[in-house]
Structure formats: C-alpha cells, structure tokens
Design a protein. Structure first.
Length: 224
C-alpha cells in the first residue's frame, strides 16, 4: 500500500532532506488534500512540533477532518494522543515518548494501549546508523529498531520504520534493513526514506511492508 505523506512546517507543506534541509515548500495544502483524497490512509506529520520549534495544530485538525490520517510529530503524552484522536486522527504515531533516559518506556506504551486501544497507536522507528533517534531525529539512542519492536509489539497496531540517511534523497530504500524487522512482528510494518519508484513500492509489498512516500510524489516521480 502506498501512503502519501504530508509534512507541515511553518504552516506550509514541505519536504526535507534527512529531516534538516528544506527543498520543497507549498503554501496551499488543499491541493494535496484533494489529490490524496482517494487514498485509504495518509500520513500527516507536524515537523515543528516534532522538533520542538512550534506547532501546526490548527492545520493538522483541518486536514485530519478531511482525510483518513495517521498523525505524528511531538505527540509525547496521553493528553496529546487524545487531542490528536479528537481532532480526527485514525491513528497516532509515537516515537520520542517511548524512550526515557535511553531506555524503552514500555509502561507508557502499555498505558496508552489500555486507554485508547492498541489499534489507535503506531510506533515510530526512526533509524540513524542502525539506532533509533528521537526529537525530530536530533538525538540518537543506543536502542536498535529490532529491540524496540521486540519490546513494544504487544501495545500497538504497527510500526513505522524511517531510514533517516535516505529520507528525502530519492536514492532508494534499502530493503535489507527491513527484512529482519518484518520477521520480528506480525503487525503492520511501514517503510519510509528515499523511496523513488513504483517498483520499490511493489518490492516492499512483496515483503508485506507498506510504503510512506513524500518526495517522489511531490517531485512527480510517482503520480497520484
């Protein structure tokens, strides 16, 4: 399955390379809402909230009310999870909050699953150098994506793996990194980072992995 991505920064739809360098910017998010309206799921990320530099909550609420979205970016508490769900999110993406002082916060994962339901939670595995990163990919932990899956598999609907080194580069997604993660869980597994062609999406589908695509769509390499 192809999951289009909408990333928000400063009130605009943007695309970043490796989460740092902005290369594309669009003022009118309605155009992309219209183009993505036929997809069963869209990924909506508040980059300012993820990086702790601001918030696009009003736009997130608008878009989540118009599209079936999994919403992420700066969601680090039970209250923030509930706010996103109340805004219309189908699922909420959590990453940084699941790691505290370098250790996995399984207690929070279990609490959220019992409160809002595991089917409303998607756990993010944002990998830099084979280790999970947090806070908008600014902090790198010693925790591997595989370890995170093994520890938290009971309390979510699926996992979102982002290969940060290739994110936004259109260099292709490294399939070898996703295979051991696919073997570690029966839950939905989603890959992101550098995907540039329909063939890559098909290759991931063959592994039972869904694909989040941003840059390739906005550059016109994958039509929607």
């Amino acid at each position: 399955m192809l999951i289009p991505s909408i990333d928000l920064m400063g009130g605009k739809v943007v695309q970043l390379v490796q989460g740092r360098r902005k290369t594309l910017e669009f003022d009118d998010f309605h155009e992309w809402v219209n183009r993505f309206s036929k997809y069963p799921l869209v990924q909506l990320i508040d980059l300012d909230a993820a990086m702790g530099t601001g918030s696009n909550s009003a736009i997130v609420k608008q878009i989540a009310g118009m599209l079936p979205c999994q919403v992420g970016g700066g969601i680090r508490s039970q209250e923030a999870v509930q706010t996103a769900l109340d805004a219309g999110a189908r699922r909420v993406i959590l990453g940084s909050s699941l790691i505290a002082d370098g250790h996995l916060n399984s207690r929070l994962a279990e609490k959220l699953a019992s409160t809002v339901g595991a089917n409303r939670l998607l756990f993010a595995l944002d990998a830099v150098g084979g280790r999970v990163s947090t806070h908008g990919w600014r902090k790198v932990t010693e925790i591997t994506p595989l370890r995170m899956i093994q520890a938290l598999d009971s309390w979510c609907d699926g996992f979102l793996y982002t290969h940060v080194e290739t994110e936004g580069t259109l260099q292709g997604f490294p399939l070898d990194v996703i295979r051991p993660l696919r073997e570690a869980t029966e839950r939905q597994l989603i890959a992101a980072g550098g995907i540039r062609s329909r063939q890559e999406i098909d290759d991931l589908h063959a592994l039972r992995v869904d694909a989040v695509v941003g840059m390739a769509i906005y550059r016109g390499l994958i039509p929607v």
